[in-house]
Design a protein. Structure first.
Length: 162
């Protein structure tokens, strides 16, 4: 199998990567995504009138919790002791909808890209869940890694992001 696919053993089966010999470094990952909706739904959320309550606050907490539980969701992810998770939810009237950005940090032996991507995904899904009574046609997309630092592979910046 390819040396680039670290979760695939030489014999072809999936396995968890051994990070025991890796150096501990500060690792940070930033991911983003968007949720598009009807202008009326955006106004409903902005004004705090969604039937289920505070959409933005609840979605932010859901994203943070999701980052912390990524290894329970993605089979080969290592359980990590995260030192920081932030989730920003910014209104984008031109969508209309919201841009979600998650930043995850730790000092450790493996990266936090999956945690940042999971935080963004679950934040968007929570917005959908809380507002679906008003708009079942919302669209989630554009979820991607924006940037990562730390580790052997060093710094990466998505040339198409932000």
């Amino acid at each position: 199998m390819s040396d680039n696919l670290t979760h695939i053993a030489a014999s072809g089966e999936a396995h968890m990567v051994d990070v025991g010999e890796k150096a501990e470094t500060v690792r940070i990952a930033v991911a983003e995504g968007r949720i598009r909706m009807k202008p009326e739904t955006l106004a409903l959320i902005r004004e705090g009138n969604a039937k289920k309550g505070d959409v933005i606050g609840t979605a932010r907490i859901a994203g943070i919790m999701a980052a912390k539980r990524t290894s329970d969701l993605i089979p080969l992810c290592h359980p990590l002791m995260l030192s920081k998770v932030t989730v920003d939810i910014d209104e984008e009237p031109e969508l209309p909808g919201f841009r979600v950005t998650a930043t995850v940090k730790l000092t450790g032996k493996t990266g936090v890209e999956m945690e940042a991507l999971t935080a963004v995904s679950v934040t968007c899904l929570t917005i959908y869940d809380m507002a679906k009574a008003a708009d079942k046609g919302m669209e989630i997309g554009g979820i991607r890694l924006v940037e990562k630092t730390g580790g052997k592979s060093g710094h990466y910046r998505n040339p198409e992001a932000l």
